[in-house]
Design a protein around this ligand. Structure first.
Ligand code: OGA
Ligand code: CA
Ligand code: FE2
Length: 496
């Protein structure tokens, strides 16, 4: 602070026209606004004008920025739009095209509020009711989406094709994988110790074993293993680095093998198969696909280019622990379905399933609900999902603690968004709240089918992929289906 900072005030101490003789310390105009001196009002005027100009310049600069940045965005997106809207690509648009004219904007159905019912017209002569089950994730239920006959045909076609184990028993390759693991016990300890407190909590080991081996250990299982291997000498359920070091690298694996892993100890205990839904497929399968397109209001091309229908059967005792159908979005992750269009060899690959439509093909006698453990939670806290005693992801034991459970009813469809919107009409971040699983079937058999709609969160990659596929001759005659999806599926959704 320099002394001459005070100088502007000195100017304001001039006597006022009213003849006041006291020398004010503060400017006159602050004390008596109705009695301003000319000097005072001039300086005020200057200050106000300066502010005013700076403000105006800022506003103009901002307008320019918005104008040009949206223009550029339109220009890049319009060239290879992945949607099926037939606008001539690269038609030399001016860079100032407004946002609203972007070629693709994925429809996202509004949930309004839990319990809200919308009428939808999906098949001629019938109106379906679509009820919002949760907003996080955005989840809906549509009773009677499939007729009894359609359910029967889908189950029969799946049987005809043959169902395979959804998850193989602990793979042979596991032991070799363990040998190849080139990390010291300290390094492994450090990686597993997520909260970095120098101890391995039960959930830190559990999470790891599920990802690595696909074996779903419970905290009790783990305590038994500790006892069997005399790993946790002080019996506090925590492993110190010392205790961990004493465990040989594959002692865990060998112990599990000796005990024998039961199907019920896997992440998933079911059988499944895939049914192609394209041209030449059974009419019921094509009808289901068309209905899904109407339901989701997405461009038909996106639905056509998605995975086939997956049909799943759970026997009594079957389950599927809580999981995400889609992977998170990282820059270095590629989507399985657009692999063709990934120009570089990306280190990670994941399923990119924007929407899951799950159909119940039969009504289950006991259990088998679809559970959403954290649906509409106020906050999502991954650590609290697995605590030492209660594991909310365990659908064999803790479905009753899930926030939301859907009872399997023949013909009902539920669908939800596995990703949020990016706010600009495309796929955004993974929705963590979309975590779900199949509760253990206590009586009877459970049949479901999954229709996943694959969209790459990387717009350009999805566009390149569609470009590549459309150049292949067998897809040429699918083009007619893909004319303006907005028109095809407009006004089918109507609020009650
Ligand atoms: C799935 C799934 C839930 C269920 O197959 O991905 O989550 O209720 N199924 O079977
Ligand atoms: Ca720890
Ligand atoms: Fe799932």
């Amino acid at each position: 602070m320099t002394d001459n900072q005070e100088t502007p005030d000195a100017e304001d101490t001039a006597p006022s026209p009213s003849g006041s003789t006291t020398l004010p310390l503060r400017p006159q105009c602050e004390r008596l606004s109705s009695n301003k001196s000319s000097v005072c009002s001039r300086s005020y005027f200057v200050v106000v004008m300066v502010f005013f100009h700076v403000y105006i310049i800022n506003v103009i600069a901002l307008l320019f920025y918005v104008h040009y940045s949206s223009g550029q965005d339109d220009a890049t997106r319009s060239h290879d739009a992945p949607s099926s809207n037939h606008q001539s690509p690269g038609s030399g648009r001016p860079p100032s095209k407004p946002e609203s004219l972007r070629d693709v904007s994925l429809t996202r159905i509004e949930g309004i509020r839990v319990g809200h019912v919308q009428k939808v017209s999906l098949v001629p002569g019938k109106v379906h009711e679509m009820r919002t089950l949760s907003l996080k994730p955005l989840l809906f239920e549509i009773p009677e989406f499939l007729s009894d006959d359609e359910c029967r045909v889908v189950m029969q076609l799946a049987q005809l094709k043959g169902l395979m184990e959804s998850q193989l028993m602990v793979q042979e390759g596991q032991e070799e994988l363990a040998k190849e693991l080139n990390l010291s016990p300290e390094e492994i300890f450090n990686l597993l110790d997520i909260n970095q407190d120098g101890q391995l909590q039960l959930h830190e080991i559990l999470t790891h074993s599920r990802v690595r081996d696909g074996i779903w250990l419970t905290p009790e299982n783990l305590r038994e293993i500790y006892t069997g291997l005399k790993a946790d000498k002080d019996g506090n359920g925590l492993l110190s680095l010392e205790e961990f070091r004493r465990l040989s690298n594959d002692a865990f694996q060998r112990f599990l093998m000796q005990q024998g892993v039961k199907r019920s100890q896997l992440v998933r205990n079911s059988r499944h198969t895939w049914l192609y839904q394209g041209k030449g497929a059974h009419q019921v399968l094509q009808d289901v696909k068309a209905r899904v397109t109407r339901l989701t209001r997405l461009p038909p091309t996106l639905v056509d280019l998605s995975e086939p229908l997956q049909v799943v059967r759970y026997e009594e005792g079957g389950h599927y622990h809580a999981h995400h159908d889609s992977g998170p979005v990282y820059p270095e992750t590629a989507c399985t379905h657009t692999r063709l269009a990934s120009n570089t060899s990306t280190p990670f690959e994941t399923s990119c399933r924007y929407i899951t439509v799950l159909f119940y093909l039969n009504s289950v006698e006991g259990g088998g609900e679809t559970a959403f453990p954290v649906a509409d939670n106020r906050t999502y806290d991954e650590v609290s999902l697995i605590q030492n005693d209660v594991d909310l992801m365990d659908t064999r034991r803790n479905c009753d603690k899930s926030n939301l459970r859907v009872k399997p009813t023949k013909g009902t469809a539920v669908f939800w968004y596995n990703y949020l919107s990016d706010g600009r009409g495309w796929v955004g971040e993974q929705d963590e709240y979309a975590l779900h699983g199949g509760c253990v079937v206590t009586h009877g058999t459970k049949w479901v089918a999954n229709k996943w709609i694959n969209i790459d969160p990387d717009y350009q990659r999805q566009a390149r992929y569609q470009q590549l596929v459309s150049q292949q001759p067998e897809d040429e005659d699918d083009e007619d289906q893909s004319v303006n999806p907005e028109i095809q599926s407009s006004d089918i959704h109507q609020d009650l």
